[in-house]
Design a protein around this ligand. Structure first.
Ligand code: SAH
Ligand code: MG
Length: 204
């Protein structure tokens, strides 16, 4: 896994070991179809998955409305004042994503899609080899991402979910809930776990 950017200069919430696991899983799944992530923010995970797309001759689509999740709004624990757009009176992370992708040399391999994930899911038709869910952490949003996007994963393809915390005192429940839903559906089996990242394979 080689990229031409110092990953520590990219704002974000992904740990380096989780990133390396995402890279390996995305590289392995890439022959099955293009890659897609929900939750670009400033592009930290997109560097890892986008590098896999580059190395495999594939493509990563990265979806975000760039207005931030609830916990990233002013006054909340994950707010970064640098992402506040005073003119919009709202958060704006798209310029940071663009800067990250340019510096990483990944503009040809990562396609940003700006909008609400449920809106885009409604019109999405392309089968995916790899899906990474790291978007809204409210139950309605996590569930909508699960329902709207996982049917596009091909059999043999990979579903990756971030911020899965089996113990409620470590973090919010919704990503854990959709991870449980995936396993109890019997359509997925777990193939890996690194910190709060879970990797699943579509079996049916
Ligand atoms: N993967 C990123 C972190 C993503 S943070 C990294 O590696 O750093 C979660 C992101 O999901 C935020 O940028 C937020 O704007 C986006 N988001 C939350 N709900 C969304 C929704 N319903 N549609 C699109 N994007 C959403
Ligand atoms: Mg996350």
């Amino acid at each position: 896994m080689r990229f031409s950017i110092d990953i520590d200069t990219v704002k974000g919430f992904l740990d380096a070991e989780e990133g390396a696991a995402l890279y390996r899983a995305a590289l392995a799944a890439a022959p099955l179809g293009p890659l897609l992530e929900i939750g670009s923010y400033c592009g930290k995970s997109a560097v890892y998955i986008g590098t896999a797309a580059r190395d495999a001759g594939s493509l990563l689509f990265t979806v975000d409305h760039h207005r931030g999740s609830e916990e990233m709004q002013p006054g909340w624990e994950h707010h970064d004042p640098a992402t506040w757009d005073a003119r919009a009176g709202a958060m704006e992370s798209l310029p940071f994503l663009r800067d990250t992708l340019r510096r990483a040399g990944l503009d040809e391999y990562v396609v940003p899609i700006v909008g609400r994930s449920t809106t885009i899911a409604r019109y999405w038709r392309t089968p995916l080899g790899f899906l990474f869910i790291d978007g809204g952490h409210a139950m309605t949003e996590a569930e909508a991402d699960y329902r709207g996007w996982t049917p596009h994963i091909v059999v043999g393809g990979t579903l990756a979910i971030h911020d899965v915390f089996p113990d409620p005192k470590d973090g919010g429940r919704p990503p854990f809930e959709i991870y449980k839903t995936a396993l109890t559906s019997r359509n997925f089996i777990e193939t890996g776990a690194v910190k709060s990242l879970r990797l699943l394979r579509r079996m049916a």
